[in-house]
Ligand binder design. Structure first.
Ligand code: IMP
Ligand code: MG
Length: 179
């Protein structure tokens, strides 16, 4: 599997350091608040597991699964909910945990939906951000690392449901896409 990679973009050590730093910041910002961490399936699971270990305050976790409709190569901006939250988030401070923010279409829809449920606050933490790809008017308050416009895999991120189990993040060799 490792042979399919062109280069490593974020090593295990770098990811660990990012989780530590974000965790410290989130601990300060959410201490004493009714925090609910919402992981967006499936890409965020590894990041979520490592990040919440570094948030040293009371919190609960929940998950959401959505699918974006892609008409051809461009996202149409519509999002379908495949799995909704298990509990009410009314009066809670919601932190959405995402693997990567690209066009922002997915997170924009999710944020608007959750906002309508009378939450106290809602913010986004994303491990990776590709700011050059943004289409929707949305930014994450907490960003692990900004990366160039390149397709990445590993640490939860997939190419055709593959490579999610790599412990680090990298780019694929061009021949993988032409298979
Ligand atoms: P957005 O709605 O365009 O921001 O899409 C974000 C979603 O697209 C992420 O949750 C990922 O599932 C997927 N995605 C975007 N860029 C990449 C990438 O480089 N590798 C793997 N998945 C990606
Ligand atoms: Mg995803």
């Amino acid at each position: 599997m490792q042979d399919d990679l062109k280069e490593i973009l974020l090593s295990e050590e770098e990811i660990e350091q990012i989780c530590k730093e974000l965790g410290e910041q989130l601990t300060t910002d959410y201490d004493g608040k009714p925090l609910v961490c919402v992981g967006i399936l499936k890409g965020s699971v590894m990041f979520m597991a490592d990040l919440i270990k570094r948030i040293n305050t009371h919190l609960s976790i929940d998950f959401m699964d959505v699918s974006s409709y892609h008409g051809g190569t461009e996202s149409t901006g519509e999002v379908q909910i495949l799995k909704d939250l298990g509990s009410s988030i009314e009066n809670k401070d919601v932190l959405i945990i995402e693997d990567i923010l690209e066009t922002g279409t997915t997170l924009k829809s999710i944020t608007e939906l959750l906002q309508s449920r009378r939450v106290n606050s809602i913010e986004i933490v994303t491990l990776l951000d590709k700011p050059n790809r943004r289409k929707a008017d949305i930014e994450a308050k907490y960003v692990g690392k900004k990366i160039p416009d390149e397709f990445v895999v590993g640490y939860g991120l997939d190419y055709k449901e593959n490579y999610r189990n790599l412990p680090y993040i990298g780019t694929l060799k061009p021949e993988i896409y032409s298979k």
